[in-house]
Design a binder for this molecule. Sequence first.
Ligand SMILES: [Zn+2]
Length: 301
Amino acid sequence: MIQAEPITKTTWWIRGCGCDCYLVDGEVPALIDCGCGEVKIRRFCEALIQKPVRTVICTHAHIDHTGQCGLFDQVYMTERTAASSRNAMDEDPAKLHLDYTPVFVQDHEILKLGQRCLEILRCDCHAPGNIMILDHTERILYAGDELDADQVLLLPGFAEKAGQFHSAPAATVSDYRRLLIQLDQRREEFDWICTGHNGSPLKPEVLTIMIELCDRILAGEEGCPDCSSATYSARDRHFPYPQAHYRRASWKGFSLVYCADSLTDRAQNSSVIPATPLHAMCEHNAAMAQAVLQKNMKSNR
Ligand SMILES: [Zn+2]
């Protein structure tokens, strides 16, 4: 069931719609990620704050974060995110809202929503084109799936067009460590980190723990071949196949799921091995989503 909880006086944490979304209230309200549930999230947000919510900002392309973008008048995302944001993955494209024209955002761009200033931070680790959003006004870092209370997944991106297939992870462990160091250098600018799943908000100290975790992996400590956890199991369609060589390494309660062949360089030899069942099937769904979009656009004319 969809529900809302205040994090600050002007920030709402919205759960139960595929991913955790954040409603940034003010003169120009905006939603960070929009989920993919049955409940129309725009209507839910407007009822909550009693004003129009026209804008959504998407952290990354995964359909659990972008499936309702078509309900909004203004959709901000990176160009790379837009390339695969209509890939329906294992969702039925007919139940999604995929008809929208995104406005592309750039690294370090400031989105001024009335008095509220949001800075775009390009990350590209959990998914190609992934961003975080730094809320200068409320001192919150919205991390999407780049940080998580249970596990961060460094998996490949999803197909951007029919016939295309990505198999190497979007980022190596050393790419991810570099991102964490950059964020850690700005730690004075935020008090909380709000994530896309599994409990929010996190304290900025999570950055130190994840950097230590990456250091341990890069120093040769091998993660566990069983990547499962309380919130991630072989029942999930985005759970790695054994032959894709993924590992789960944990430290002080946080985990990273990474490809053992992609510690410092992206794996060269995995070009034909899909990382997960979802990666194996989403090439097909990219074509299906495209067909639904074209049908919607025709009927809108
Ligand atoms: Zn994701």
